[in-house]
Design a protein around this ligand. Structure first.
Ligand code: DX5
Ligand code: ZN
Length: 212
């Protein structure tokens, strides 16, 4: 596996030109494609649903890294898995039964991820580490792209890394740029999500390379 998995967030893409903007990160060397699903309840924003994920799956070879910022994630796991999600990450702060939702995701032979918001302690994921493929540490309040990285969240990466097997993917999402990426990889993150930094750059390839 590559040392750091780069997962551009299409939340910062032009939704009227989504295929073009997906190809642009694919040809520039992205590893995964990060898709932010928001329901207007768990977070104060509404974005993408199952039909869009299914359409995206038809136009890219990139693994689809789907970040569910929704209540009742278990209700939608099967639909997102069938739409082509390769990684399904849900929030520990949602109303899901964590263990059974992880098991449900894994029953579709895809990767299961659990995410924590900025105020949620790292230790809350410990009981699930042996079942998980990925932990997503949010470094902004979920809901919107283009926010500023919260440095106080970064030490949670180190706490989780120290307690996890070396195979666990620790992903960071929110305010990632060349500078904040260094902080996260130093603490042990091996997957970085970036929306604004990649999509608003003059040169997408150099932006992606600058995160490595
Ligand atoms: C925020 C989303 C992020 C967002 C990141 O709730 O989960 O994936 O797109 O955007 P940037 O990289 O611009 O902070
Ligand atoms: Zn995200």
């Amino acid at each position: 596996m590559k040392k750091v998995i780069i997962s551009p967030s299409i939340l910062s893409a032009d939704f009227a030109n989504l295929e073009r903007d997906i190809k642009s990160v694919e040809t520039a060397g992205a590893d995964w494609l990060h898709i932010d699903v928001m329901d207007g309840h768990f977070v104060p924003n509404i974005t993408i649903g199952v039909p869009v994920v299914s359409s995206i799956n038809k136009v890219t070879e990139l693994p689809l890294d789907v970040h569910l910022m929704i209540e009742n994630p278990d209700k939608y796991i099967e639909a997102f898995a069938k739409a082509g999600a390769d990684i399904l990450t849900f929030h520990i702060e949602s109303n899901a039964d964590v263990k059974s939702t992880i098991d449900l995701i894994k029953s579709f032979n895809i990767k299961a991820g659990l995410s924590i918001k900025p105020d949620t302690p790292a230790e809350t994921v410990f009981p699930y580490l042996s079942d998980l493929d990925l932990v997503l540490v949010m470094t902004v309040e979920p809901g919107f792209g283009g926010q500023k990285f919260m440095p106080r969240c970064a030490e949670k990466i180190q706490i989780i890394r120290k307690n996890a097997s070396k195979d666990l993917i620790i992903q960071v999402d929110g305010g990632i740029n060349a500078e904040t990426a260094r902080i996260c990889t130093f603490y042990g993150a091996n997957s970085l999500v970036a929306g604004n930094y990649i999509y608003k750059s003059e040169n997408i390839k150099s932006a992606i390379e600058s995160l490595l």
